[in-house]
Ligand binder design. Sequence first.
Ligand SMILES: [Mg+2]
Length: 391
Amino acid sequence: MSDRRSFLKTAGALVAGAALLKPSRLFAARAEGGVSQTSGSFSSKGAFALSWKPFTGQLKYSFSISTNTRSSTPIILTQLRWQGLVGYGEASMPPYLGESQASVDAFLQRVVAEVLPRFDDPFRMEDILSEVDRLAPGNCAAKASVDIALHDLCGKIMGQPWWKIWGFDAADTPCTSYTIGWDASDDIVREKTHEASWAKVLKVKLGRGDYEDKRMITLIREINPDTPIYIDANQGWKNKRYVLDMIHWLKERGIVMIEQPMSKTDLDGHAWLTERSPLPIIADEACQRLVDIPALKGAYHGINIKLMKCTGMREAREMVSLAQALDLKLMMGCMTETSVAISAAAQLAPKMQWADLDGNVLLSNDCFTGMKLVEGKITLNDLPGLGVSPI
Ligand SMILES: [Mg+2]
């Protein structure tokens, strides 16, 4: 055992040493197939070596919500090395949330300079991640990219997946929804609906006005009359009485849940709606982090947790406990992410009433394997950490 440990230590030191000599080329040398290599950064001080590189997630279809449209998502993929083991992490930055590859790069440089040198034991996760969080406000996706990599690393050291370390039953996972974004073309909406025939639940983005919203639902229901649908209005609806009427219209068409119908700042409006709505009302934009949850009790039926909003798995696990204590229902969501962040989020899926973990399925260039969907159901593997591997 000690021989193996010293070998791992030596190997880690060699990797770190090589990195200091040729920082931009190391990631390419260490890249494990399939991941495009445009540039990268590598920094090492002390026991940990953190490396990262930009990656552009290409969407199969351009993706529209009530406020914008895009065809790709900027991502940073991270690797945290310790004694020859590697943990994988990820930051996904849809532009409307204010982070970018440049801001994540700058934040990770600070993690390397100011946090990692003070630790040599990955199991000091609480202290490490608290220090990372204290570096600067915001930067939630950047923080998640460290948190996820550290969880993967510690899971690998323990030899167990996180769903098992947390004591969950993998059989309890829900099916994921599969998102059909708004499109001006009826034919594209029909094509997307046909392509989604495997999904046990659909999610539809609304909030573009009465005509467009009803056109989307009518088109989808012509092709698929029965599959349950979640609605995400992304704050696009303005008037609570209109929203209540719309929810009744939607309920008659097999819609089962409504995500963030109105502005995240309209707590009173959502409380009025939640009291009267025949369908559950879920906070997404209104619920970023743990500290947001108490105020949402009474205004929503539940919350949507996303790793990129809440800084990662550590805080997401705390949000689950707090929401349960407040009798709020739970949904796990995602950005467009590779199988790294999706598999990280999926570790919490056994505690979710609803899941929207289709970010990797929406990508045409996912560069990892991990959690699988089996007939739409989130299916966790027994591999340690996140259970992910580069393709
Ligand atoms: Mg949402």
